[in-house]
Design a protein around this ligand. Structure first.
Ligand code: FAD
Ligand code: N01
Length: 543
């Protein structure tokens, strides 16, 4: 007969991790390897995070496959083969499921379980965590791996509940196949999701109306199948590839460019832009060193993209409308595309300008703007996410003295290194605000954060330290540094989700760290080398 200990499910852990995407799965792998007991809670009924939720037509990564993956296991790198330069969502999800199986992660991941609150108990020095099924757990460490882009932004439109057709959000796509054949479809939003979905939905729909508030700079991905010789070459050079990515500005294994866009002739500049446009990938943004810090330099690449839009799109009025002029290139996350602009040459596609004629309401049969009414069978919201802070703030997180994260971040997020928060002991935020995260090729940033946290926990254990907390002073200095670096760039010139501009009422604070992935890594390593400078630590009390 089973004993009580065997039948009572375990509720107390060294670490509780929230989220089972790239971040949470690697955190589990590292901590378990170090001998910590870990429970991962995941709201979805599968692992994969972003790649579990975003199943809209056209969803694929725009980091190239050979570096949009984990680097921690040589065996995994050797055995996995990507089929395309930018794999589609099902393939990335398949990869993450393979990782879960390959490293036996599933027994410690509890699916279909949303963490609703996490409260630090000062007396015991433990986090008390409650899940949406009412169960309670405790842990010494509370680690969020909730993703920067995991809470869908559904704008409030009067009348949506009366819409008689079907509506979808790209970030919460249905699991059953969605077919738009023969339908009149309205798609709202022209960020990366809308730009990927538009060409695919246009192929199916009787008519597609794209409702655009702000045009975006979409550049070619250059997607194609991976070639066997290229795979061999990449596998033979992985050490160099990862070294380059880790030391780079953006976590991409690209050669660093020292030249200003303004120090070459207009002809040479155009030649370079053209060459990189043809190559595809974010190498286009990497054409010159000063594109994100010098407006005059940026104007040259922005104009190049606008010229390309006019070359591709046949109707000059539509081309004008698709051409961004209100923000510098790259200051909103620049999407890569496959056939986006070409789609507007199709007879079954109409671009609707909702900047000048905004949506007034959703009617039972479509969308009404200040100028027109569009009869629709389906509406697709490609309206993005409450990025970086939205998912964290949905959890009732309380630190010392019942301080809530909501109160702490009422004027915008404040962290030390994007990893820790003053007032919240023994809590770590993977890719939190104040770290490079969304401004980088994320797997590189995720692995760096996870490794730093795992090393920190191993250090604390070895030193008999029970509690670690970022000091207010360190946090203030870091926040000031994050802002100061951002102010030296063109990023603050755009109304982007990087500053929370997409969510009405959200504090306008530039959230990611733009100082570069390589520099940031050095800063984090130096903090650790100086015995976690900027953190206060308390010894465990011997009983
Ligand atoms: P996520 O993958 O978002 O996982 C977080 C998980 O936490 C989710 O599964 C969520 O359900 C769970 N969760 C959240 N709150 C709770 C809670 N309270 N309780 C329980 N579970 C919870 N980045 C790139 O670098 N390159 C790309 O090409 C790229 N392509 C992208 C394409 C799309 C469509 C999107 C939306 C994002 C893309 N990104 C890309 C960013 C992408 O989010 C990251 O690359 C990466 O997948 C993030 O992994 P993560 O584990 O940190 O977060
Ligand atoms: O979201 P977005 P996304 N009324 O916020 C519009 C990653 N990603 O899901 O610009 C009308 O970028 C909004 O208009 P405006 C990537 O990091 C990567 O597309 O605010 N329109 C905008 O056009 C990306 O940056 C891939 O004026 C409204 C759009 O909706 C991030 O996820 C693919 C509106 C939202 O664009 C988010 O991308 C997909 C309103 N009330 C996502 N509210 C890859 O390719 C918003 N909009 C790898």
């Amino acid at each position: 007969m089973a004993t009580a200990a065997e039948t009572t499910p375990k509720t107390d852990f060294d670490a509780i991790v929230v989220g089972a995407g790239f971040s949470g799965m690697y955190m589990l792998y590292r901590l378990r390897d170090l001998g910590f007991s870990v429970r991962v809670f995941e709201a979805g009924d599968g692992v994969g995070g972003t790649w579990y939720w975003n199943r809209y037509p056209g969803a694929r990564c725009d980091s190239e496959s050979y570096y949009y993956c984990y680097s921690f296991s040589k065996e995994l790198l050797d055995e996995w083969e990507w089929s395309e330069r930018y794999p589609a969502q099902p393939e990335v999800l398949q990869y993450l499921n393979h990782v879960a199986d390959r490293f036996h992660l599933r027994p410690d991941i509890q699916l279909n379980t949303r963490v609703v609150s996490a409260v630090f108990d000062d007396a015991s020095g433990r986090w008390k965590v409650t899940t949406d099924d009412g169960k309670r757990y405790t842990a010494t460490y509370f680690i969020t791996a909730v993703g920067c882009l995991s809470t869908a932004n559904l704008p409030h439109y009067e009348g949506l509940e009366e819409f008689q057709g079907t509506w979808y959000h790209t970030g919460q796509w249905r699991h059953e196949p969605v077919v738009f054949t023969g339908q009149r479809v309205g798609l709202i939003g022209t960020g990366a999701s809308g730009i990927q979905a538009t060409p695919e939905i246009a192929k199916q729909a009787a008519h597609l109306y794209v409702f655009q508030r702000t045009p975006n700079y979409a550049t070619p991905s250059g997607n194609r199948p991976m070639r066997p010789e290229e795979i061999r070459e990449i596998k033979a050079h992985y050490d160099e590839i990862w070294k380059k990515a880790r030391e780079s500005m953006g976590g991409f294994p690209f050669d660093s460019i020292e030249k200003s866009a303004l120090e070459v002739s207009p002809e040479e500049r155009r030649r370079i832009y053209e060459e990189r446009w043809q190559q595809g990938s974010f190498r286009f943004l990497n054409s010159f060193s000063d594109l994100l810090v010098n407006k005059e330099a940026n104007d040259t690449i922005a104009q190049f993209v606008r010229d390309k839009i006019h070359e591709i799109v046949k109707d000059p009025k539509v081309a004008d409308l698709l051409s961004p002029t209100n923000h510098p290139y790259g200051t909103k996350r620049p999407p890569l595309n496959t056939g986006y602009y070409e789609t507007f040459n199709r007879e079954n596609v109409t671009l609707v300008d909702i900047r000048n004629a905004p949506i007034v309401r959703i009617t039972p049969t479509g969308i009404q703007t200040t100028e027109n009414t569009y009869e629709l069978d389906s509406i697709v919201f490609a309206t993005g996410f409450d990025a970086m802070t939205g998912t964290l703030l949905k959890i009732d997180i309380r630190g010392r003295n019942e301080l809530t994260l909501k109160e702490k971040w009422a004027d915008g997020p404040r962290t030390y290194l994007g990893l820790a928060i003053h007032g919240f002991p023994n809590m770590f935020t993977i890719t939190g605000p104040g770290s490079p995260s969304v401004l980088s090729n994320m797997p590189v940033s995720i692995e760096q954060h996870v490794d730093w946290i795992a090393d920190c926990l191993a250090y604390l254990r070895a030193q008999g330290i029970a509690r670690i907390e970022a000091t207010q002073h360190a946090e203030e200095i870091w926040v000031a540094h994050v802002n100061q670096v951002a102010d030296q760039t063109l990023f603050p010139l755009a109304n982007s989700w990087y500053i929370g501009a997409n969510i009405p009422g959200k504090p306008r604070v530039f959230m990611p760290y733009v100082g570069g992935v390589g520099n940031y890594r050095k800063i984090c390593d130096a903090v650790a080398a100086k015995h976690y400078e900027g953190f206060e630590m308390a010894q465990a009390i011997a009983i």
